[in-house]
Design a binder for this molecule. Structure first.
Ligand code: NAD
Ligand code: IPM
Ligand code: MN
Length: 347
């Protein structure tokens, strides 16, 4: 029987609740098909307060030996600044392992009523995940109080832009063959104009895919007004971040939005985590919706080559939601939703 080595990083807040729930579901899905040999790492803001670092110096090298990483959420701004916690754990993992393709699906699960009239949408957001606005380049130029200047440089490389767009084109090919590239090339003169150029250039290699270009502001409106017209969206790191919280909202909330940080070359582990954060406002109350984590777990099983088990998890989630379980905030506890999904898996 295949044994996958899984690194589990529950992290902070509801990250702990939803990964605990998801591991039960994933073990149930594994049944006698395969095993998930899980090693849990306590890296989090609590760990930082004790050790002065979010993860040990050899943390990345430790993770490199695993087949996949499953993460809850990182961040506890009341005690550790986000600029410290996220740049000390989550973001370095994405970058070090070249997890440049962030896949975030947005559709309504069976039984879930989103806030929109439109219900028949099925969007796959492909977010660039290693550079752009998240490059960490820049600095603060002090010119005396009242005159400070802060610079944040977004870096877009040919390699980075081309590989994410190619990834998007391939995804579009496997779906409805429509790719929308999201930029802001009317206001941003360099990076986004370059991105548009690369998109046009690559589109020649994918004549079977219809390409649309949209500005981020127009896309935000489109996702609310006519999401059913969208198929694959490709966006830069920051634009993709913002659009996927919007995507989460139209699919019923952050508790439903899954995310896979993929290294397509498979020369380092990929990481799976819900779109949402640590939700300090609801942490520890057993009310976090774990479905986003379950779905991210299904993405992980798919990536590991366990398509049948991945499919079983998604079917079990939708069996539960179709029965009204977990479809609205406050309706069911985390444990109730988890129990319903496991029952559906084992039925
Ligand atoms: P958040 O996603 O944690 O919460 C936003 C809102 O959505 C809150 O009202 C929360 O209660 C609700 N929510 C989120 N997930 C939910 C779930 N599964 N079920 C029910 N309700 C849910 O965003 P935030 O408040 O901006 O961030 C809190 C912390 O998490 C910050 O430190 C932030 O930097 C961090 N963060 C981490 C990640 C990550 O690790 N991938 C992602 C986003 C935010
Ligand atoms: C996400 C999160 C992270 C991001 C933050 C916590 C750095 O919002 O995964 O969407 O911006 O990528
Ligand atoms: Mn985000």
């Amino acid at each position: 029987m295949t044994a996958y080595r899984l690194a589990l990083i529950p992290g902070d807040g509801i990250g702990v609740d939803v990964t605990h729930a998801a591991m039960q579901v994933l073990h149930a899905a594994a049944k006698d098909r395969f095993t998930l040999e899980t090693t849990s790492f306590p890296w989090s803001c609590a760990y930082y307060l004790e050790h002065g670092v979010m993860m040990p110096a050899d943390g990345i090298e430790t993770l490199r030996n695993f087949d996949a990483i499953f993460l809850g959420a990182v961040g506890w701004p009341a005690t550790v600044p986000d600029s410290v916690s996220l740049h000390g754990l989550l973001l370095p993992i994405r970058k070090a392992f070249n997890q440049y393709a962030n896949i975030r699906p947005h559709r309504l699960l069976a039984g879930v009523e989103g806030p929109l009239k439109a219900t028949g949408f099925d969007i796959l957001c492909i977010r660039e995940n290693t550079e752009g606005e998240y490059s960490g380049a820049g600095g603060r130029v002090h010119q005396g109080r009242g005159n400070e200047v802060a610079v944040e440089t977004a870096i877009f490389t040919r390699e980075g832009v081309e590989r994410i767009l190619r990834f998007g084109f391939e995804q579009a090919r496997a779906r409805r063959r429509h790719l929308t590239s999201v930029t802001k090339s009317n206001a941003q003169k360099f990076s986004m104009v370059f991105w548009d150029e690369v998109t046009r250039e690559l589109s020649a290699d994918y004549p079977d895919v219809t390409v649309s270009h949209m500005h981020i502001d127009a896309m935000a409106a489109k996702m609310v007004m006519a999401p059913q017209d969208l198929d694959v969206i490709v966006a830069s790191n920051l634009f993709g971040d913002i659009l996927t919280d919007l995507g989460a909202a139209i699919q019923g909330g952050l508790g439903f939005a899954a995310s896979a940080n993929i290294n397509p070359e498979r020369d380092a582990p990929s990481m799976f985590e819900p779109v949402h954060g640590s939700a300090p406002d609801i942490a520890g109350h057993n009310i976090a919706n774990p479905i986003a984590a379950f779905w991210s777990g299904a993405q992980m099983l798919e990536h590991l080559g366990e398509a049948e088990a991945a499919h079983a998890v998604l079917t079990a989630i939708e069996t539960a939601t179709a029965r009204g379980i977990g479809i609205r905030p406050g309706l069911n506890t985390t444990d109730e939703i988890t129990g319903a999904v496991i029952a559906a898996l084992e039925a």
